[in-house]
Write a protein of this length. Sequence first.
Length: 248
Amino acid sequence: MDAEIALPGGNVGGAVRVGDTVRRATGAWTPAVHSLLNYLADAGLTGLPRVLGFDDQGREILDYLPGTSYGPEVPDDVLADAMRWLAGYHRVVASYRPKGEIVWRTSRGELAADQIICMHDYGYYNWIGTESGFSGVIDWDMAGAGVPLDDIAFTAWNTVPLALPMDPAYQAARLRLMADAYGGDVFTPLQILEGAPIRAQRSARVIRAGQVAGDPGLLNLATVGEPGRTERRLTDLRRRVPEIAAHL
């Protein structure tokens, strides 16, 4: 068997590379995530890890997507490509309507009529790029019910990034880029801006609840100061929203 190599990426952690595969611990949410990934693959959506089964340690086996993950300073062209990919994902997944109560990592229940399955962790650290540019998305274990703006607002929070105090004109330009790349007339830049604090607040609440429940991956986020870090940044963003909006 090939050696195990710890993979960089998000802070939930736990993934290792073994040859051309990725192994990671499973949970009650794993069957739902595998069903989602299999549906997307059958529908022809590219840029996703394929589900290959389980190893003798009970870990899931996914194929390894070649390339590298991005750092915090994502170029405009990559952000635009990522938004176009997300729009395509949302179109495909809108037809995926699993029946009955589905167990996800941070929620359970049946899809409401206005909901889809969101990726819920659509940040630069889960995007894969090659020499040709944006090529795929990894780490789907946070997927669950939501509405399309949830994923878009999450991206705005961490990849514009609205979470950090920056030039408001620059952040407004990135929001316009996101809206245009996703589909122009679907969501306005202002809708994305106003959705980001709501989505960030939900993230903080979910992380805290998961830590109380003993979820190892969400407990791991405490090493980077979560959810307190998000809550502090959220307070600051709420103060800055009017200034950013003035540039839209």
